[in-house]
Design a protein around this ligand. Structure first.
Ligand SMILES: [Zn+2]
Length: 367
């Protein structure tokens, strides 16, 4: 009897202790969330301040030079002459030390602007495999080029541009002689487009994280039930030719893999649960892929650097003419199979930035 009562009391005390520990842990989490939220609000303020300041500078420059601002930034890319970066000492850690932008660098929300919610160190980032390998723009083969300890030349530059997809500048895609919107209007149009252009000639580009694309996300898929539109992009897009190999950045296990057929959706997509350390995980979504990704099944083991799929054409990527990989990283497992919201409403933005980390913490500085 007594022993039974002691045991029950023991259990009760244990459950009090557990509850207390849970409350402390919840309080710590809330404190951390509040700190990160404050940081995002500060970032917002800074962004708007910079926007205003940048507009004044651009106006002054434009007036001084006597031409329209829009003509200066109306190319598809902010980068203008290119935004390729120098290869760092580490093979896979893309760093951007040589930005050449026609707008102030601050407008690009430089690397490190967002909370590092996954606690990824530079050392970890250096060990990750690229999700897509950018080609080199300019390889200086002269004898005076400097090499790092791995024998790579330090004056090699990756060939890609940073694209502005806010819709404030023309971001249509040129295919052949035709100018097309990024997202075609119907599924039938997408199928016909892919038939006409099975291998469209396309360079590499990057679409930004936390970019408000209210003029681009026009299909019904981006309206939420309360009537506001999901316009803030919370992944990074890597534009690449159809068929470009897509790699796992780290070892992992396939969480889910499938086809999201709705027009404007991910098309073929995979979510991989990657282990960043013994205790921390991240769920990475690789979207807009070709059907080759379906060879992966939930539960499959994936090795770092393994080809998990290929960039899909317009009829298999959700209807996007600018073929690309959408790469997004979540702190928590997605609620739905092979899906997570790639764009959120302005109201949900602060919370979303704490759930979906800036992918540059994984794939390198980029811009
Ligand atoms: Zn995207």
């Amino acid at each position: 009897m007594i022993q039974g009562a002691r045991q029950r009391r023991g259990e009760k005390e244990k459950s009090f202790a557990d509850t207390a520990a849970a409350l402390v842990s919840r309080k710590q989490n809330l404190d951390q969330q509040e700190l990160l939220s404050r940081r995002i609000r500060r970032l917002d303020k800074a962004k708007h301040g910079v926007n205003f300041f940048a507009k004044i500078i651009l106006c002054a420059v434009a007036i001084g030079r006597g031409y329209n601002i829009l003509s200066k930034v109306s190319g598809r890319h902010w980068g203008g002459t290119g935004t390729a970066g120098r290869r760092s000492a580490f093979q896979y850690n893309i760093k951007m030390n040589d930005l050449q932008h026609s707008v102030p660098k601050e407008l690009l929300q430089p690397f490190g602007s967002y909370p590092n919610i996954l606690n990824i160190t530079e050392e970890m980032r250096s060990s990750f495999h690229p999700v897509i390998k950018f080609p080199l723009r300019n390889t200086n083969t002269s004898s005076d080029s400097t090499c790092n300890s791995s024998g790579q030349k330090l004056n090699e530059f990756y060939d890609y541009k940073v694209t502005d997809l806010t819709g404030n500048v023309d971001n249509s895609v040129i295919v052949g002689e035709t100018k097309l919107p990024q997202l075609l209007t119907t599924r039938e149009e997408a199928v016909e487009h892919a038939r006409q252009f099975p291998n469209p000639v396309k360079g590499f580009d990057v679409g930004r994280y936390d970019e408000d694309r209210r003029k681009m996300y026009t299909s019904a898929l981006f309206d939420n039930s309360s009537g506001s539109s999901r316009t803030v992009h919370v992944g990074i897009d890597i534009g690449a030719p159809v068929g470009t190999e897509v790699y796992a950045f780290e070892d992992g296990i396939v969480h889910s893999c499938g086809y999201n057929p709705e027009h404007g959706d991910y098309g073929h997509v995979i979510v991989i649960e990657h282990s960043l350390s013994l205790s921390s995980k991240v769920y990475a979504l690789y979207g807009h892929l070709a059907k080759t990704v379906l060879s992966n099944k939930a539960g499959d083991k994936i090795s770092k650097g393994q080809v998990i799929g290929h960039v899909g054409n317009t009829d298999e990527n959700g209807g996007w003419t600018g073929t690309h990989l959408h790469f997004q990283v979540a702190v928590n497992a997605p609620e739905k199979e092979h899906d997570m919201p790639g764009a959120v409403t302005l109201d949900d933005r602060s919370d979303a930035l704490l759930e979906y980390a800036d992918p540059r913490y994984i794939i390198g500085e980029l811009y």
